[in-house]
Design a protein around this ligand. Structure first.
Ligand SMILES: Cc1cc2nc3c(=O)[nH]c(=O)nc-3n(C[C@H](O)[C@H](O)[C@H](O)COP(=O)(O)OP(=O)(O)OC[C@H]3O[C@@H](n4cnc5c(N)ncnc54)[C@H](O)[C@@H]3O)c2cc1C
Length: 435
């Protein structure tokens, strides 16, 4: 039977495995296997909410093993560490217990007829001195949890010391990178601060308990969105008491401060790095597969590797040309469109037809600005051009993006039940996790 192996069960990979399982897997025309280094899936655009405790990972994660059972594919837990294109086989590292480091599963090999790489991306520190050692990235649920615990503990520690004479108790947070992740995280932090204050976890008796500085190297926030959206966002963040610095790149990150090119030194109890991405380093040494300077697999318009037509790559880990020398951006909407395209394309390939060309359609971008607001551009479809939306309607549409992902991978019924259950659970519960 034709064997399709998808590595990476993120925004794109899980959708592709589900679509292929429901068709090729169910009808027995192909054996579909999903490989991921984690046993559960959480939609990556939710990570800033995990980091600030507004979203509980345990309540929002999907278990790959159950998803595989319900959607007729196989799931294999393991981290991809090597590839042999000649024998069409990939190597997975041993799975170790997180605490005892005992071996749970030995190193394994998997063979494929078609391999799909959907490994996503990781933080790019651009070699800034001290950044990797002192700043926390936001690539995985574990990192988001680590950041949440650091924020909570620092707030509690500093809040209790604020009782001492002359101790200000204010927590300084520096966020490096004024793209969507940095902006959303800074607005979410204000929400977290309100909850901490309300439940007495941290109150420095000042106007604000957390000093947030958002540092962007470029001339404005949100470089991927329109200048108007960037201006509105900057004004809104300043109204929330967030200090916004643009046009002054960070040159050094120390344990307790961040230095910029102009020489200013920003105090930072916690530094978060949200300034750029690259595909996993592993891809640069994967049996000669051609990659670009940020490790993304160079693919053709049919999303096949330019080096090996049996290997496909998509989402953040792939470099696919779009229009006017531009490339498909590393966004969840691109991963979703490519997953839907590849599901059709691989079905056609199994039936002996040649693959078609992927066309990316930019539907715009929305950026969340805390509990009740969002801002962004909508594009294409019935709108034709681009329109700007903000406020509650934008927030509603932003929330609908996750619901859409959930409906695609888990079905509309599960999405509706999930929304209802989580809506009810919020009644009488703190809006953020407090432990
Ligand atoms: C905080 C934050 C907010 C964001 N907000 C938005 C937004 O509002 N809108 C938007 O469009 N995009 C947003 N993005 C970007 C979006 O999350 C990504 O573009 C999208 O998740 C890419 O999907 P993917 O399938 O390529 O990779 P991912 O979703 O990153 O999935 C990669 C998967 O591969 C697995 N993996 C990695 N390496 C290995 C390995 N060696 N072996 C086995 N498995 C492996 C990982 O465990 C993971 O499950 C945001 C990103 C972040 C971090």
């Amino acid at each position: 039977m034709h064997r399709i192996v998808i590595v990476g069960g993120g925004a794109g990979g899980l959708e592709l495995a589900t679509r292929l399982g429901d068709t090729l897997g169910k009808s027995g025309r192909a054996n579909v296997t999903l490989v991921d280094r984690c046993p559960t899936h959480i939609w990556k655009p939710l990570l800033h909410e995990v980091a600030t405790g507004s979203l509980d990972t345990n309540a929002h994660q999907l278990e790959y093993a159950a998803q595989a059972h319900w959607h007729h594919f196989e799931f294999t837990l393991g981290e991809l560490v090597g590839l042999d294109r000649a024998s069409k086989s990939l190597r997975l590292a041993a799975v170790l217990d997180a605490e005892s480091r005992e071996e749970v599963l030995p190193p394994r090999e998997l063979t494929y007829d078609n391999l799909v790489l959907a490994l996503g991306s990781q933080t790019h520190f651009f070699g800034v001195p001290g950044a990797q050692a002192n700043a926390i990235p936001l690539d995985t649920p574990e990192q988001a949890e680590k950041l949440r615990r650091r924020l909570l503990q620092t707030c509690i520690r500093k809040g209790s010391k604020s009782c001492e004479i002359n101790f200000p108790g204010v927590v300084n947070v520096a966020i490096i990178g004024g793209g969507a992740t940095g902006v959303e995280l800074s607005a979410e932090l204000r929400r977290m601060e309100k909850a901490f204050r309300k439940f007495g976890l941290h109150a420095a008796n000042q106007e604000s308990d957390i000093n947030i500085t958002l540092l962007e190297a470029g001339p404005r926030l949100l470089p991927a969105l329109s200048p108007r959206v960037a201006t509105i966002t900057t004004d809104l963040l300043r109204k929330l008491g967030i200090q916004v610095s643009v046009g002054d790149p960070v040159t050094k990150v120390d344990r307790d401060s961040v230095t910029t090119k102009s020489g200013s030194c920003v105090p930072a109890d916690i530094t978060i790095w949200a300034a750029g991405i690259k595909a996993p380093d592993l891809l640069a040494n994967l049996d000669g597969i051609e990659v670009n300077r940020i490790n993304q697999v160079k693919v053709t318009r049919s999303l096949q590797s330019q080096t090996d037509s049996n290997i496909f790559a998509f989402g953040d880990c792939a470099c696919c040309s779009w229009k006017d020398d531009r490339f498909v951006p590393p966004r969840a909407q691109a991963a979703h469109q490519q997953a839907a395209f590849l599901a059709k394309s691989l079905r056609a390939r199994v039936s002996g037809f040649s693959p078609r060309e992927f066309k990316y359609s930019d539907r715009g971008s929305l950026v969340s600005l805390g509990a009740a607001s969002a801002v962004g551009n909508l594009m294409g479809g019935v709108i034709g051009g681009s329109i700007m939306i903000e406020g509650l309607i934008a927030k509603f549409m932003y929330a609908a993006l996750y619901r859409k992902h959930l409906a695609t991978v888990a079905g509309v019924r599960r999405m509706l039940i999930d929304s209802l259950v989580h809506g009810l659970r919020r009644v009488g519960m703190p809006r953020v996790k407090l432990h």
